[in-house]
Design a protein around this ligand. Structure first.
Ligand code: AMP
Ligand code: MN
Ligand code: MN
Length: 335
């Protein structure tokens, strides 16, 4: 665990209840390039608050990705308006640093008097007025499920389905080690509440655009592995994005294919972005190779087994720096 910051004080459910109860207008935010947990958390809490009679706006810097457009109620996700919203409370969900909400989203929420920060990233410094950060939770959606049920907030169908998407996607379909009996209990409860498991899983996992597989061909051709087989990586050039008309969600989860190689301890995906920055995505199979700590060396963050960085290019330089940092960790771990 990174100790570069003091552990923030955690808010109690009662304190959060007070804020939700005593205010009427809310903006819910999540991180740039949103994943299933980000959008799922916004829809889950959003529809619960709407059912409780609140005024709610759901803003994301990059808007709704195509792969999550199937989600019930997803049409409420908006890109940031140019003027700040008149809202009392801003709630950041699934977002490790305030900056990762994006500049335009931050501007949209700038009139909020109170900030809630609800998240499960171990690297979250606690930038809210009230912070609910549980790094043992596999998904922000699971924290929200616990909050909503503990406070007796409404749990409409949109919320139910969104919690499932959030938790399923952040656990790799209930596979990663952060998945506990609590997570399966949550899923069972959602099914009892009427969730259609077959349909929702088919929408999440069996509905990829063809171009995603074309991207996979390109990635496979760039696959590399260290001589000891512990680190595997692949890369994507900006040119590929243009040629295949890719959207950011097209690469979501592909890194799991290299993480799954026998002997690989750390998997890395290098992506050249259009702004000449490099996005680095890392996955580990073993907590002794803590990729969040490696990401922190470059100003990134995340979780012990899944972390990311946005850093300066060119790609070759970023790659050399990150692969060297990983190698240092592996050497010093001595295992
Ligand atoms: P990704 O590889 O983009 O799926 O990200 C893996 C995990 O690390 C997710 O939980 C992200 O929210 C987090 N993460 C990714 N990039 C960053 C970053 N630049 N700073 C902090 N956290 C990040
Ligand atoms: Mn996320
Ligand atoms: Mn998450």
């Amino acid at each position: 665990m990174s100790d570069s910051h003091d552990t923030p004080r955690m808010a109690s459910f009662e304190e959060i209840d007070q804020v939700l109860h005593h205010h009427q207008s809310f903006v819910l935010l999540s991180h740039v390039r949103p994943d299933g947990d980000a959008i799922g958390s916004q829809l889950a809490l959003g529809y619960s608050l709407i059912a409780a009679g609140k005024n709610v706006r759901l803003i994301n810097e990059d808007g709704l990705p195509e792969n999550l457009a199937f989600m019930a109620g997803a049409e409420l996700i908006e890109t940031p308006p140019s003027e700040p919203l008149d809202v009392e409370v801003a709630i950041a969900l699934d977002t490790a640093t305030k900056q990762r909400l994006g500049d335009r989203a931050l501007n949209a929420a700038s009139k909020a008097k109170i900030w809630l920060n609800i998240d499960h990233h171990v690297s979250n410094p606690g930038y809210g007025d009230l912070n609910l950060i549980d790094s043992t939770s596999p998904a922000t959606g699971q924290i929200l499920y616990q909050l909503i049920t503990a406070l007796g907030l409404p749990l409409p169908a949109e919320t139910r389905d969104a919690i499932y998407v959030a938790v399923s996607t952040d656990t790799g379909s209930f596979q990663y080690p952060s998945t506990t009996a609590t997570t399966y209990d949550l899923a069972a409860d959602l099914i009892r509440r009427g969730l259609d498991v077959g349909t929702i899983n088919s929408n999440i996992y069996d509905n990829h655009p063809y171009r995603r597989l074309q991207l996979m061909c390109v990635l496979l051709n760039s696959l590399e592995r260290t001589p000891d087989g512990k680190v595997a990586s692949w890369e994507m050039r900006d040119q590929t994005r243009i040629e295949l008309s890719l959207t950011p969600d097209d690469s979501e989860g592909l890194i799991d294919y290299i993480r799954a190689i026998r002997g690989v301890q750390v998997a890395v995906f290098f992506e050249e972005l259009s702004d000449e920055k490099i996005r680095v995505s890392m996955r580990s199979k073993d907590r002794r190779y803590n990729v969040c700590e490696i990401a922190s060396e470059f100003g990134g963050g995340g979780h012990a087994l899944a972390a990311g960085i946005r850093m300066r290019g060119p790609l070759e330089d970023a790659k050399a720096l990150v692969l060297a940092a990983i190698q240092r960790r592996i050497d010093s771990a001595g295992i």
